[in-house]
Ligand binder design. Sequence first.
Ligand code: SF4
Ligand code: SF4
Length: 350
Amino acid sequence: MTTLSAVRYLIEVDAERCTGCGLCAAFCPVEVFALDITALGAAPQGAPPTIVAAEACWGCETCAGQCPTGALRVIAGGAGAPAGAAGGAPAGASDHGAMQQDKAAPLPADRVALFADWATTLKDVLQLRWEPVAISLIPVGEALPDVPVPDERLRYCQSLMAARRGVSLMMPAARHACPDGTSILGLTEMPPKLASGELYLLFRKLHSIEAARRMVHERPCLPPRSIEATVVTPLAQAACEPHVVAVFVQPEQAMWLLMSSSYYTGHRHDLHASGYNAQCVETTLLPYQSGKINVSFGCYGCRAASDIGDDLMFVGIPTALMPEVVRGLVELGSKAIPQSRAKIYLPPMR
Ligand code: SF4
Ligand code: SF4
């Protein structure tokens, strides 16, 4: 049985530097602050925001990232630590997101060996720099694999980036830091400011509230509280059956993956990319729900929250497609890939 406490955050506002602009309150997706935001963008008001619901803080750092004067810090207090505003009384000790669940049996050795073989083929044939990542969305009520839970909250995209470097992470809602991705993946309810599209306008990611609403409406989303935890591991060290395999690639490598999945059928791909919610929607949820390979160029969030290179893009492959993709890749790797990389059609240079 696993028992998990929520992570608490201390929100520290430097009253000397704070101009009372209200941006932190406006951008916080879960109403941690109380501040009159009708003067948003106007001249400095002088009064720092009041922290009224520190226990609701996700540690997403959006407030700190938007503060124009660097007056605000979000300090992780660790699992179970008391939450509160600097200099104020500790907030309520709500334990939202706590997890109590049985442990799953280890993955059978033949499955571990198969996933390790897939990882080796992907890396060798494509010459990948990063580990392919096994993604599992564990439904509520299912036993949980034996995978480390981080002490602090992370964004889902950050967990994927860590897994590509060889780190295994299991994150229930209480360890997710991105209100957007967490609700899209079915671990929580969607905060109203995100569901309405309002926050995307503030970020100036979309032109109008109508466009923001449309983006939210067209975006897939799992039912709230249907998923207990996300699990990401290097594919070669999978601890449970993956639903999707994520691969971190340059465009040429993405091309070969698309060709591998068409190798036996000749089908073209109907890809879904938008630049919004790249890792949660485009790399994970679309392949998970559609059973089709998908490509993502990344999004503002994952690029701002990780060290991912500008030259990298992302491919999500449903596990059911992996045997075909791996076989197709081996075939292409026997002739087409080395010939293309040798630039055999390049005219002679003078
Ligand atoms: S870290 Fe995120 S959830 Fe916490 S107060 Fe700042 S914006 Fe709100
Ligand atoms: S965003 Fe920064 S300056 Fe503006 S009210 Fe919040 S803490 Fe103060």
